[in-house]
Design a protein around this ligand. Structure first.
Ligand code: GTP
Length: 310
């Protein structure tokens, strides 16, 4: 387990190389370039954090926290702020213990996100991981918009050896969900993971679709724990934040998955999203393989971000 974690950590360090260039290297330059902690110092820090996709609100929260710590601990040297800043960022993103409750009880997981963000892949990876933990998993292809997405999920399900409930392209997503919850009950499965709505451009339809899906689950499985995750493409920076906001308006999101954090310079968005929306980032993706999706660990993430280049 520890070995697996350290493997992921080193992959995370590698994957975040470009984000590190845009955040940590800039911050380290400020720490070594200033001899006093003054307003100019804070202003430079602020600019660097905002430029690195952290957004104004998150940046302000982190700097406010930093200022308080500097004062409290009577820090005089900018270089001594490095550790404090790292800790401020970690505090900003910490995910509570209860975040993964759905993994340990009977649950229905709805996964949403626009096409191409890595939604189907996330459903497949999660299903495979939970199956490997010995759980009885069913996946539902309720994003019926594209035939390729249904085929792709079928491939993931076959590979993971889990049952899939799918209908034809263009069919009613709610009908897929009905069949899926029926199978979930009949097989006494542990987790049902549903690949759901992906279109944002027609918000009214999307809202209606989600309402229908939730109504069926409420009626058929009123006592089953529900998790609603939105998948965002980390390479899209502030755009990902805008998508999360829109999905949150139509669905009661309980968590966020950020994919494709490998190879992007915009990984700072992972820090911004959580504090902007007050919804925890629960998983991050740093590659296309099943083990490349992992639970988000704020401390590992920020430490990987500030890892000195070897
Ligand atoms: N590098 C990298 N690629 C990823 C990651 N997650 C997903 N991908 C790739 O992103 C592409 C899109 O992923 P999909 O799962 O098909 O995206 P989707 O949101 O389901 O889109 P549709 O299938 O069109 O609905 C695929 O080629 C994935 O392999 C990741 O964490 N890192």
């Amino acid at each position: 387990m520890e070995h697996q974690k350290s493997g992921f950590f080193s992959k995370l360090v590698k994957g975040l190389a470009k984000t590190r260039n845009s955040i940590a290297n800039g911050i380290d330059a400020i720490f070594s370039g200033f001899s006093n902690i003054d307003e100019d110092f804070y202003e430079e820090l602020e600019e660097t954090l905002i430029m690195a996709d952290l957004g104004i609100k998150t940046t302000d929260a982190i700097l406010e926290n930093l200022r308080a710590k500097v004062k409290e601990q009577k820090i005089k040297e900018p270089a001594q702020c490095r550790e404090l800043l790292i800790n401020s960022m970690i505090e900003q993103m910490a995910v509570g213990e209860t975040a993964y409750e759905f993994e340990n009880r009977k649950s229905i997981v709805l996964i949403m996100g626009v096409n191409g963000v890595g939604k189907t892949t996330t459903v497949g990876k999660l299903a495979g991981q939970l199956k490997a933990q010995g759980k009885k998993v069913i996946v539902a292809a309720a994003d019926t918009f594209r035939a390729a997405a249904i085929e792709q999920l079928t491939e993931w399900a076959n590979r993971a050896n889990v049952e899939i409930i799918a209908h034809k392209e263009g069919s009613d997503p709610a009908a897929v969900i009905f069949d899926a919850v029926t199978a979930f009950k009949a097989r006494n499965a542990d987790v049902l993971i549903c690949d759901t709505a992906g279109r944002l451009h027609n918000k009214k339809n999307l809202m209606e679709e989600l309402r229908k899906i939730n109504r069926i689950i409420d009626r058929e499985c009123p006592d089953v724990y529900r998790e609603t995750l939105v998948v965002l493409d980390g390479t899209t920076g502030q755009n990902a934040l805008a998508q999360a906001k829109e999905f949150n308006e139509v669905a009661n999101l309980t968590g966020i998955v950020i994919t494709k954090l490998d190879g992007t310079a915009k990984g700072g968005i992972a820090i911004a999203i959580q504090s902007e929306l007050n919804i925890p980032v629960k998983y991050i993706g740093i590659g296309e393989h099943i083990e490349d999706l992992q639970k988000f660990n704020a401390s590992d993430f920020v430490n990987a971000l500030f890892q000195k280049n070897e």
